[in-house]
Design a protein around this ligand. Structure first.
Ligand code: PXP
Length: 237
């Protein structure tokens, strides 16, 4: 079964809006795990506009499922993940000012940069993943970089899904089959939601994990977080 990692950035965004501790991010992470999520994802950014360094350290004490830390591999980021040693680190190429991740890595242009970081993190005992588009050349190069997984950037799928779901998923099926053939495991994320997740999961072979934040936290406003997690988990069965 595909694992559900809940990205809790938006809970931190809400908390930071008032400067206090409401909602309590740590309590939310504990509850989200108790309600059936298979993991927690965070994306600490240099400006700490949602997840702060301290949050990452505090979360590392209470996560009993899978901890996935994503981000641009700056010196500070690498230092932080080596302190915390999460189960998985997902490298994303977005610059600090980006609102959210908006593209995958060009693994050809960034080959030696990524290879050095991946080698270092793997030697440190952390599973590695690279955020990537469905470009087969980039996926082939990811295999030379020797990362354990790729995370397919699903925004283009989500954007086209309401218009033509077969066409939307086709490049992802091709990319997933190719990645599997060359020995890379597959995660996926970005703009997945209650409408488009089931079809994606049914069509994409070998999908290990999805990480979902924005839509899931928005759904929780209506359904509550416990029912929301159950609803997402049901779609992954
Ligand atoms: N994967 C990566 C690499 C991301 O940067 C994000 C957003 O932080 C997600 C997944 C989750 O995307 P969404 O919030 O749209 O579900």
């Amino acid at each position: 079964m595909t694992k559900l990692s809940v990205n809790i950035n938006k809970i931190a965004t809400l908390r930071n809006a008032r400067g206090g501790n409401i909602p309590d991010l740590i309590k939310a992470a504990i509850d989200i795990q108790n309600f059936g999520a298979d993991g927690i994802t965070v994306h600490p950014r240099p400006d700490e506009r949602h997840i702060k360094q301290k949050d990452v350290l505090d979360l590392s004490q209470i996560i009993r499922t899978e901890f996935n830390i994503e981000g641009y591999p700056s010196e500070n980021f690498i230092k932080l993940v080596k302190t915390v040693k999460p189960h998985q680190v997902t490298l994303v190429p977005d610059p600090p000012e980006a609102i959210t991740s908006n593209a995958g890595w060009d693994t050809i242009k960034n080959f030696s940069f990524l290879k050095d970081i991946i080698t270092d993190l793997k030697e440190f005992g952390i599973r590695t993943s690279i955020f990537i588009d469905t470009n087969l050349d980039f996926i082939a190069k990811a295999s030379e970089i020797n990362c354990d997984r790729i995370e397919l950037y699903t925004e283009p799928y989500a954007a086209l899904f309401p218009i033509n779901k077969e066409k939307a998923v086709a490049p992802f099926v091709e990319a997933a089959n190719f990645a599997n053939k060359i020995g890379i495991k597959i995660n996926a994320g970005h703009d997945l939601n209650l409408q488009n997740l089931k079809y994606f999961n049914e069509k994409i072979p070998f999908l290990k994990e999805v990480s979902i934040g924005h839509a899931l936290i928005a759904d929780a406003l209506y359904l509550g977080i416990e029912k929301t997690i159950a609803a997402y988990k049901e779609l992954l069965e």
